[in-house]
Design a protein around this ligand. Structure first.
Ligand code: G6P
Length: 593
């Protein structure tokens, strides 16, 4: 997920690009760049770092520009890998959001034809292809259109030529809008980028190519000119950055279906494509992680032990520092969405010192953990702005399913069945998002309490832990996650009218015992909210609120139930007027031990 912009008009184009990019930084912020057409030359400026840190920026006079803020997917964040990318002679510049899945083949064939590449990115094939077709006699616009025929994957890109007062932008499976001003035009990944200049917008369709000149625009699809409706955006600039959502947290929860699809796309086509050489000869797995990633690890333990019969233990990364035994046959997996959590990095270094093989699961390309672990697996969640992790947690679970299924002792058809269920998860999550209003009402009741318990059994236990963590970190309600069976060994003393209990009921071997535990809780007068399968009609008979979660394979309930619990925490915090995206005393990335 990156942010792109293109401008043609009458203003200083370098400044327009920078102000637009600052509003797109939520889409990625590891590096940025701008290209401006000045006379018959393209001037490019690109750097590692966040554009938000730049106060004054001037590149050169010029009224046509393109710009990019990057969230690296191919090639680590560096000056060279930052966009815009150019052809051999610097006559064509391109900014791109998406992934060109066949870039390796394209690159090899362009290199054989003499094209020299500077970066490690997939994007760089685009300016080289445009150059190739211009050299073969096409004009700039037609060279871009010809280039499209060779690209596979997803893209929204804008191309700039040094010799023409024109921008050509194309969209396929990545977002791109056209902004229409008075004698000026914009293209951008999202509305906030341009709202300062115009609120007249065309939402481009997949397969659209838009050609912008100083005084007009034309949209083409399948070789024919098409008309698209111009819409008026009713948002303020500030509202638009969050895509109309009140908080980044809610926006990020709503991105979950796409995140599941993108992360699955990375590892699964018809079957799982993951080289598991890193597990050869191992005797056991140890997870090390903090916070939400620790809870993902507990779910990973359950999956790997159940599906693969490999012994697993999970350690808080901060406690692993006191580990003292050889690990020569262990695989140590560090889960860290940021890739920067000091305790997790240190735990992985410690594991290596004791002879373990290490694997990291992270969301951030080029983050510190990628320079430590032996093997890296990426989640594809895009940048997460809210301090409380939501979509990145779900993406971690998806990678854990992929690993556990790839190593699984199940038959091929059993694995395929679970894979099919995994592919249905985006749909299930969309159905949960449709229940938002109902969940909000329950959350608004819970917002009146100061203490809560979350309980579960088996796979339901880590779900409960993560639900409680979400609630306490953003609503400041004291919430504890407990194995349901442990309540009677102490926490019962805290139950009563003033302590609601959220029960995660799964339709597996824990079901009957869990219902028994809920009855015990009810007998002590605690209000109960039960999450259960949509086909269950038992739990609702004796709880105060029931949330019926769309049915899925029980192994996948951590995904569906967690989205419900994220919404529950969000709306409780909102009702209490908390600063949801930046909870007090917390940080997104904890880089001290
Ligand atoms: C901080 C964040 C949590 C996160 C934890 C681990 O405490 O507030 O949301 O779960 O760090 O972060 P990591 O980047 O290592 O997953």
């Amino acid at each position: 997920m990156c942010g792109i912009v293109g401008y043609i008009g009458f203003r200083r184009a370098d400044k327009v690009a920078v102000s637009a990019l600052k509003r797109l930084e939520y889409r990625g912020y590891d590096s940025w760049g701008v290209a401006v057409k000045s006379n018959d030359e393209i001037k490019v400026y690109k750097r590692v770092g966040a554009i938000g840190d730049v106060s004054q920026f001037e590149l050169c006079e010029g009224t046509i520009s393109i710009g990019h803020t990057r969230w690296a997917t191919h090639g680590k964040p560096s000056d060279v890998n930052a966009h815009p990318h150019t052809d051999c002679n610097g006559k064509i510049a391109v900014v791109h959001n998406g992934i060109i899945s066949n870039f390796q083949k394209l690159r090899e064939s362009l290199e054989r034809e003499g094209h020299v590449f500077k970066s490690e990115t997939d994007t760089e094939v685009i300016p080289h292809l445009i150059e190739k077709f211009i050299d073969s006699g096409l004009d700039f616009e037609n060279a871009v259109k010809e280039t499209l025929k060779h690209l596979k994957g997803s893209y929204a890109f804008v191309a700039l030529s040094s010799t023409e007062d024109k921008l050509v932008a194309c969209k396929y499976k990545s977002p791109l809008i056209l902004g229409i001003g008075d004698n000026e035009y914009f293209v951008a990944s999202d509305v906030p980028a341009i709202l300062e200049y115009t609120n007249r917008v065309v939402y481009l369709h997949d397969g659209d190519t838009v050609v912008l000149t100083r005084d007009s625009y034309e949209i083409y699809k399948d070789g024919k000119k098409v008309n698209r409706e111009v819409e008026i955006v009713p948002w303020s600039v500030e509202q638009a950055e969050k895509g109309g959502f009140e908080h980044f947290m809610l926006k990020e929860i709503h991105e979950t279906p796409k995140v599941i699809e993108d992360t699955l796309l990375e590892y699964v086509s018809d079957e799982i494509e993951l080289d598991v050489g890193f597990t050869a000869g191992i005797s056991d797995v140890i997870f090390v992680a903090c916070g939400t990633s620790y809870h993902a690890s507990l779910i990973g333990k359950y999956l790997i032990e159940k599906l693969d019969e490999i012994p697993v233990r999970v350690e808080y990364a901060s406690e692993f520092n006191y580990h003292n035994a050889p690990l020569s046959r262990s695989l140590v997996i560090g889960i860290t969405q940021s890739g920067e959590t000091a305790d997790t990095l240190e735990a992985l270094r410690k594991a290596q010192k004791f002879g373990a093989r290490t694997l990291a699961i992270t969301n951030v390309l080029g983050s510190s953990v990628t320079r430590i672990a032996d093997v890296i697996l990426y989640t594809r969640a895009g940048p997460e702005i809210c301090v409380a992790a939501t979509k990145t947690f779900i993406a971690q679970l998806i990678v854990l399913y992929v690993i556990a299924l790839r190593l699984s002792l199940l038959s091929r058809s059993e694995v395929n069945e679970i894979l099919a269920d995994l592919k249905l998860l985006p749909e299930k999550v969309r159905a949960i998002l449709d229940m938002e209003d109902y969940i909000r009402k329950i959350a608004e009741e819970l917002a009146n309490y100061e203490n809560m318990m979350y309980i579960g059994r088996g796979l339901g236990y880590p779900i409960a832990l993560e639900g409680a963590l979400k609630m306490k970190e953003i609503s400041y309600i004291h919430a504890e996650g407990y194995p349901a069976g442990e309540l009677k060994h102490g926490p019962f003393a805290l139950l009563g009218k003033q302590t609601p209990v959220v029960a995660c009921v799964l339709r597996d071997e824990t079901y009957d015992t869990m219902l028994g535990n809920i009855k015990e809780v009810k007998a002590r007068n605690s209000p109960v909210v039960a999450l259960t399968d949509e086909n269950d009609s038992e739990a609702e008979k004796f709880v105060d609120y029931v949330i019926k979660v769309p049915s899925t394979n029980v192994l996948l309930t951590p995904v569906t139930y967690s989205v419900v619990l994220q919404l529950l925490a969000y709306y409780a915090a909102r009702s209490r007027g908390c600063e949801i995206d930046k909870p007090r005393h917390l940080a997104k990335s904890v880089t001290v031990e």
